[in-house]
Ligand binder design. Structure first.
Ligand SMILES: [Zn+2]
Length: 309
């Protein structure tokens, strides 16, 4: 897996340079790496441990430095969002157990979107915990083919992962309910056909907060927004996704990669005695606006290029 990742990183470094000149914002190196411009995007910090911690209410961080996983705890068992790489599973398990919870109590497994950096560990987690795997309709085929039916990366065998049976298909706006926790699945497609932004309400010190876990608003290197034969409605989906993201009330800003919301700078401030750094409504608004601009300028560029042909 390490070799694969390194190969993957090297290939990205070659293709990533072009895009980085056009749009040096984070998140535009495939699949959804935050480490644009580095020699091997994402590959080093994706497997690097990060301290598991309670973020707010019953939301815990159990991911690596570069790949976010969230545990939503309830008295009836837990919900895990993102299984990450195939090799990430022992780390996620260890993080959950360090926090004093039982891995086997994971009852429901969800994902941000069907790319291998968020869903390749799902088969293993299902096997070890018996969790029910729930996936947004547009991503089900990709998950069940182990990445083979992905519109962008399906032909690349190095990005495949164990095909995983989905136990329940989700649709836009549906809720996942367990032990008093209610998560809403918002389809914010484009990055993948079933890219999902999760929302929930949490309580902390007598106050209630809206949590948003962004699926990914990023246009990856090589994505065709115009005349895309394998995903004709991609640009419309992105546009709709941004309308959804802009409509969501957000106090606590989270996402599929910690880099979306600056986790590494916020985490050290968590125990410093001030306000909870993950409460960041302005950061959320700025991020969504920035990513929408990046999408619009890439769309404009590709539209202009298509007209010249
Ligand atoms: Zn992705």
């Amino acid at each position: 897996m390490l070799t694969r990742l390194m190969l993957f990183g090297a290939a990205l470094a070659l293709s990533g340079g072009l895009v980085a000149q056009v749009n040096p914002a984070p998140g535009n190196v495939a699949p959804d790496s935050a480490a644009a411009g580095s020699a091997a995007p994402g590959s080093t910090d994706w497997s690097e441990p990060f301290p598991p911690h309670r973020m707010i209410g019953n939301v815990y961080y159990v991911g690596s430095r570069g790949l976010a996983s969230y545990l939503i705890t309830t008295p009836a068992g837990h919900i895990l969002i993102n299984s990450n790489l195939k090799t990430s599973v022992p780390l996620i398990r260890e993080s959950i157990e360090k926090l004093g919870f039982h891995f086997k109590d994971v009852k429901i497994l969800l994902i941000s979107h069907a790319h291998f950096d968020h869903d390749a560990g799902s088969a293993e987690i299902k096997k070890l915990t018996g969790a029910k795997y729930m996936v947004m309709d547009g991503d089900v085929g990709v998950v069940e083919s182990g990445g083979q039916s992905d519109f962008q990366y399906g032909d690349d065998a190095t990005l495949r992962y164990p095909a995983t049976k989905v136990d329940q298909v989700l649709h836009d706006g549906e809720q996942v309910v367990l032990g008093g926790a209610v998560l809403t699945a918002h389809k914010t497609a484009g990055h993948t056909r079933g890219c999902t932004t999760w929302t929930l309400r949490v309580s902390e010190a007598g106050k209630s907060y809206d949590v948003v876990i962004v699926g990914s608003p990023n246009v990856n290197s090589g994505y065709k927004l115009v005349h895309n034969a394998s995903y004709p409605q991609i640009a419309d989906d992105y546009a709709r996704g941004f309308q959804v993201l802009k409509s969501l009330p957000c106090d606590v800003f989270l996402g599929a990669h910690g880099s979306y919301y600056g986790m590494e700078t916020k985490y050290p401030r968590l125990n410093a005695g001030g306000a909870n750094p993950y409460i960041d409504p302005a950061g959320y608004k700025n991020y969504v606006a920035d990513r929408e601009q990046a999408f619009l300028s890439e769309l404009q560029k590709q539209t202009a290029a298509a007209k010249k042909q």
